[in-house]
Design a protein around this ligand. Structure first.
Ligand code: C5P
Length: 225
């Protein structure tokens, strides 16, 4: 069969990563975490002393870091200039800065080009997760999913992830505020904002388990094959 391209978009904490990785693993497809790429370029900016609030300064060095994304859904490591950045890109500093960096058009152009090349090279197909995959990066995807969930469910999931990473002092209200602020920035930016594509299937995951969401997406992919 021809390679199948699946785009999974939605705001933070809707289960995009867990769902995408499980679907890709089940169907033998590659996987690309585009949020990790924006986090990686943000991490590089922070470690190189770039003022991330200065769009011109960010744009001027958008081409500098060499970003390599692993596409194995069971082990999606990401390297920046040869260094494994999988851990550092998940810090609160990066999370707080990523929306400003990802809003810069030169950054989006650079990362979008990487994403299209990776998708085109996937032998059996790929599940690509992000914010603008169905609208901008891969508008011809075979299947587009838009995941949503209530703010409470999203904050609870993100809080659970942080706890799982060893952070015991997770404040759910603060997590919820930070998450809503990032979504507002991502949805409000000029260049390819977070938005459901007209032809995307919306799945509200508030009342669903991860297994149920995965089952639903797998069924939709199989219908396309
Ligand atoms: O998915 P994750 O929370 O890791 O994404 C981090 C950030 O990267 C988002 O808040 C957003 O600013 C940016 N992003 C984006 N476009 C994508 C994926 C992520 O702008 N396709």
């Amino acid at each position: 069969p021809a390679p199948v391209i699946v785009a999974i978009d939605g705001p933070s904490g809707t289960g995009k990563s867990s769902t995408s990785r499980a679907v890709a693993t089940k169907l033998g497809l590659s996987y690309l975490d585009t949020g990790a790429q924006y986090r990686a370029i943000t991490w590089w900016m922070l470690t190189h002393g770039v003022d991330v609030e200065d769009a011109a300064a960010v744009a001027a060095v958008a081409d500098r870091p060499e970003i390599l994304s692993g596409t194995d859904p069971t082990d999606p490591t990401i390297t920046v200039d040869g260094t494994d950045a999988s851990g550092p890109i998940r810090t609160q500093e990066v999370t707080a800065a990523v929306s400003a960096v990802s809003a810069v058009p030169e950054v989006r152009a650079r990362i979008t080009e990487l994403q299209r090349a990776i998708a085109a090279g996937a032998p059996t197909g790929i599940v690509v997760e992000g914010r603008d995959i169905g609208t901008t990066v891969l508008p011809d995807a075979d299947l587009k999913i838009f995941l949503t969930a209530s703010p409470e469910a999203r904050a609870a999931r993100r809080g659970g992830e942080l706890k799982g990473n060893g952070d015991q002092a997770v404040d759910l209200d603060a997590t919820r505020e930070a998450l809503l602020k990032r979504d507002a920035a991502d949805a409000g930016r000029k260049t390819s904002p977070l938005k459901k594509a007209d032809d995307a299937v919306e799945v509200d995951t508030t009342e669903l388990t991860l297994e149920q969401v995965v089952e639903c997406v797998v069924t939709l992919v199989e219908e396309k094959q």
